[in-house]
Design a protein around this ligand. Structure first.
Ligand SMILES: [Zn+2]
Length: 326
């Protein structure tokens, strides 16, 4: 915005010369988040794929979302799409695979910091908003490192007529992976965007071995790095042109609840792997709030630091692993 104002001022001082004249200051290419579909249309049950993921690659190399028919959680990292299925297992989808909802950008970090002390994701989010992020702006965020625990989820593939997302959520399967290295791919959307996208922080997980991933519920980061960039603008592409509310039909709620009690009980990795993933059935229905104990029985070490006290003074850096955030 500052650069745009500079250009306008130069334009005015130059006697309204055309912008193409030699010497005109270049306009900074804005950091753009491109979004296919909206969170609202996803909530009401529009899971039809509307654009091939190959086309999304022209709009970003970093992002998240889902695939047609809610067939897995989408992770886009370093220009490669990954598809985490209902068992939390990851594969690389065909570029002809379509998506009803995806959020992507070209990730060019403007801020980076090491994470030197163990910290829960929710406490890191609080710290970021306290010392670094403007709660009313849009950000792309990447957290890479070693994780004491990651809790994540995925859904089974749906088929028409689609159920609303609130009913599909009852079919989710949760997983916990411990002592594992990987990356959280995410965005921060301010609340004023409403149902256009999931507000607040939204992360998808993928392990370094690219074998496991999903929508993040909670995480405990041992050490690593965080990078983020301010996104100047949001481009929203239209959702499915053929979607009608009539495509979503009511379902028998009792049957849904019965089926929702089914949980997959098979490990994703071989038992010999130290970071074996297992479905989680002992965690709360809702993610913990700040200050609540971590829902998984704590490991002997490392201990997680206490929640920082909120303060209005953003010039004061916190005492967590983000203390060197640049
Ligand atoms: Zn998600």
């Amino acid at each position: 915005m500052i650069c745009i104002l500079c250009v306008l001022i130069i334009f005015a001082l130059a006697g309204c010369k055309p912008a193409s004249d030699a010497g005109a200051a270049p306009i900074k290419q804005p950091n753009t988040v491109t979004q296919q579909g909206s969170y609202h249309t996803l909530l009401v049950g529009d899971y039809q794929g509307t654009i091939a993921i190959a086309d999304m690659l022209s709009r970003g190399n970093f992002g998240l979302g889902t695939y047609a028919d809610l067939d897995g959680e989408m992770i886009l990292l370093d220009g490669q799409f990954y598809q985490a299925d209902e068992r939390g297992q990851v594969k690389q989808p065909l570029l002809t695979t379509t998506t009803p909802f995806a959020t992507v950008c070209f990730f060019t970090p403007e801020h980076a910091s090491p994470i030197t002390d163990p910290i829960r994701l929710i406490d890191m989010e609080i710290e970021l908003l306290r010392v670094r992020l403007d709660a009313d702006k849009l950000y792309a965020i990447k957290i890479k490192g070693d994780f004491g625990e990651v809790q994540y989820r995925s859904f089974p593939k749906q088929s028409p007529p689609y159920k609303p997302f609130t009913q599909v959520e009852t079919f989710e399967t949760r997983f916990t992976q411990r002592n594992v290295s990987g990356t959280l791919v995410g965005f921060y959307y301010p609340a004023w965007y409403g149902d256009l996208n999931a507000d607040n922080f939204h992360f998808h997980w993928i392990s370094d071995d690219k074998k496991s991933g999903g929508h993040v519920i909670d995480a405990a980061i041992t050490q690593g790095s965080i990078e983020f960039c301010d996104m100047d603008q949001l481009l929203v592409m239209n959702p499915s042109p053929g979607f009608k509310r009539d495509d979503v039909v009511p379902v028998n709620e009792a049957e849904e609840m019965s089926r929702a009690s089914e949980v997959i009980h098979e490990p994703l990795n071989t038992p010999s792997q130290a970071s074996a993933v297992a479905p989680t059935d002992d965690i709360k229905d809702e993610p913990p709030r700040p200050g609540e104990p971590y829902p998984i029985p704590p490991r002997p070490e490392p201990p997680l630091p206490p929640k920082p006290e909120p303060t209005e003074d953003k010039s004061t850096e916190g005492a967590t692993g983000l203390s060197h955030l640049e």
